[in-house]
Design a protein around this ligand. Sequence first.
Ligand code: DAH
Length: 377
Amino acid sequence: MAMSPPGNAILYNALLRPGAKTARPSFIFNMSPGKTIEEIAQSARRELGAASDEAVLEAWRIAHLGRKASLTIFLRSLAELAPEERRKAGADANRLKAELEEAFAEKRSQLQAARIERTVETGRIDVTLPGRPVRLGRLHPITQTLREILAAFESQGFSVVEGPEVELDYYNFEALRIPKEHPARELMDTFYIDRADESDGRLLLRTHTSPNQVRFMEKHQPPIRIVVPGKTYRNEATDPTHEWMITQVEVLAVDEGITLAHLKGTLFEFAKRIFGRERKIRFRCDYFPFVEPGVDMAIDCFLCGGGGCRTCKNEGWIEILGAGMVHPEILTNMGYDTNIYTGFAAGLGVERIAMLRHGVDDIRHFYANDLRFLRQF
Ligand code: DAH
């Protein structure tokens, strides 16, 4: 569209003319202050009334409300006026600006409505088509399983606490009786974080949630009943049963007279809640540096009932977690009297439990962000 020159060519030129700074205010305002604004207003109103489609309207907006519009420039130059002049001119200009903005918005919705009406009339939109359903989101399968696991412990008196994912070597290894050169470090290929000052040890991405046993005991006295969920990281080549990030839950109970029977009872109740009340459990000796004795806990295969199948690799049993009695050396380091206090700890992987429950055959599905997979849960 052919735009007419800005509503007030005199004002426009005066304002843009370099070196006109001192002459400008008296020239504009002493002669005809009302008129300049009024002139801007008149042409803006006239052109807006004539705007017949959205492209023209947009050109109008740029010409009359944009950065280079007469009105905008006028408003910007107000500071140069004497105070009495500024008050009146500013009020007029701002009123006009508000008026034009409102008129613009109204015109825009008129033109939009007209366009939609035309589209419907010409049959390009079939308003009788049923709408597309909006899909509801849902919790990620790992979040669902995690929440059920936490609930199984919360109902037994445990509280949920959390700890840092970026961890000090001390908490992740040293305080858990995994010194440098210990073979357990090799089983947990670690992502280290480089930093200039390593005087308090190296920083790393925690390889398990067990550091939170130490972190919590440092700051609290027994009785302790906590579960600590969170992400853990290992520098693994991924395959159907390995990811470089997995979710773990750490379990810790410390109190007077805690025994292996408490460990068995608590973990058995958890297993029954997650895998069905008819489950059987099996404990076998295992080794973890921070517990003594250490055990691994298995459930009877809920698919084949123990006869042997692919899921249990023909064993009839499926290992689901590691556990044990908290090593007395750790309790002593925390300042607890081991003649009074004992404790048990356990650690489990949430992805593994979710895979078993849902029959998922590849851990990588969980984090591939493929909705065809995720929508099944
Ligand atoms: N932190 C161990 C791991 O990631 C799992 C574990 C085993 C945790 C035994 C425990 C425990 O608390 O008692 O392999």
